[in-house]
Design a protein around this ligand. Structure first.
Ligand code: ZN
Ligand code: ZN
Length: 346
């Protein structure tokens, strides 16, 4: 089968190769992947970022990708309740279900959380074999493309699980990358009073797309512009809740600054280096910083319920659909910010 595989432990060490079809264990299902999303994490794998090299270094060759959906092609001899032809999405992170964090319902910080496309072969391939209890069944009326986007929906739901948003809240999101836009769309479930999405000049196309989807998206190259906009809708108080989704130290500082006294600031982005924070400003204003990582299994299950009832659909964010052979072009489009969400069709 064809697969987009990290073959060499270096930046851009991936290419499309022919691999043996994965072996089907007795408790595994073999999925024919129909749609797979490229995510910011995949970009970090392709660039062989140090934190990825630590996790994936010993596992090459490694098929990339963790956001996918498809149709069951074969089931192992011990599998019950799933059959060839069933439409499914593999759960992107295989939480251990045993550590204290999993048992406390906080699987996002599980001690042992192999992820498809990092510690396990992923979805950028024609076929994927996974344990049958690591797949979610998808209804007939949900597109496999929508199902492939379960993972980013779950990530956004995790943000709102960690930082609650209510009907009286003014919410600001700093960073108009894929995660910022997804947060803005998923926030609708919570119907905040106002939601503002801030991006930079380079995000202009993304901001336009967000606007076309009904999100109040504002270009604010200068953080002072963002603060003025927030002030204008909060009588000068500042936002009740802010999410940092830019993954850059300046975005972190901007997010803290946009919050009112007593605000909660959710950190979703992953800056590469340290961020300087004047903690006295947090203390004086009793602002709360909340760190948000990935998602809990419960958020995945809720994402599944939302897409099932049709109340959350991220497919309007899909800007490109490419065959697997053009995976590398998909990455280039994302890197140049010409694409927002790329779906590969293996
Ligand atoms: Zn992802
Ligand atoms: Zn665990």
């Amino acid at each position: 089968m064809r697969a987009f595989v990290m073959v060499e432990p270096r930046a851009r060490g991936a290419r499309l190769i022919e691999r043996a079809e994965p072996a089907l264990g007795p408790d595994h299902v073999l999925i024919r992947i129909e749609a797979a999303g490229i995510c910011g994490t995949d970009l970090k794998v392709l660039e062989w970022a140090p934190n990825i090299a630590v996790r994936a270094g010993s596992r090459l060759p490694l098929t990339m990708g963790h956001e996918g959906a498809g149709v069951i092609h074969a089931v192992g001899s011990a599998v019950q309740g799933l059959a060839p032809g069933d439409r499914v999405a593999p759960v992107s992170i295989h939480y251990c279900r045993q550590c204290r964090f999993c048992r406390e319902g906080r699987s996002s910080i599980c001690d042992n959380r192999p992820t498809l496309g990092i510690e396990r072969d992923g979805v950028f391939a024609e076929y994927l074999a996974v344990p049958a209890d690591r797949v979610s069944r998808i209804g007939q009326d949900v597109s496999l493309e929508a199902a492939a986007l379960l993972d980013p929906i779950a990530v956004a739901l995790q943000a709102f699980e960690r930082v609650s948003v209510g009907a009286d809240d003014v919410v600001a999101i700093v960073g108009a990358g894929t995660i910022g836009l997804i947060l803005a769309l998923v926030a609708r479930v919570y119907a905040p009073k106002r939601l503002l999405l801030f991006g930079l000049q380079v995000d202009r196309d993304r901001l336009r797309l967000a606007n076309s989807l009904g999100v109040e998206a504002v270009e604010a190259q200068d953080p002072a512009v963002a603060r003025r906009v927030v002030d204008s809708v909060t009588h000068g108080y500042g936002a009740d809740v802010v999410f940092e989704a830019g993954g850059h130290p300046v975005a972190v500082q901007t997010a803290i600054n946009l919050g009112r006294k007593g605000a909660t600031v959710g950190l979703v982005g992953l800056p590469f280096g340290p961020t300087e924070i004047f903690t006295s400003q947090l203390v004086w204003a009793e602002k709360t910083l909340v760190a948000i990582r990935g998602f809990n299994q419960s958020c995945w299950d809720r994402a599944l319920a939302y897409i099932g009832e049709g109340s959350l659909d991220l497919t309007p964010l899909v800007t490109h659909r490419l065959p697997l052979a053009e995976a590398e072009r998909g990455f280039d489009l994302l890197e140049r910010r010409e694409a927002l969400k790329v779906i590969l069709r293996p």
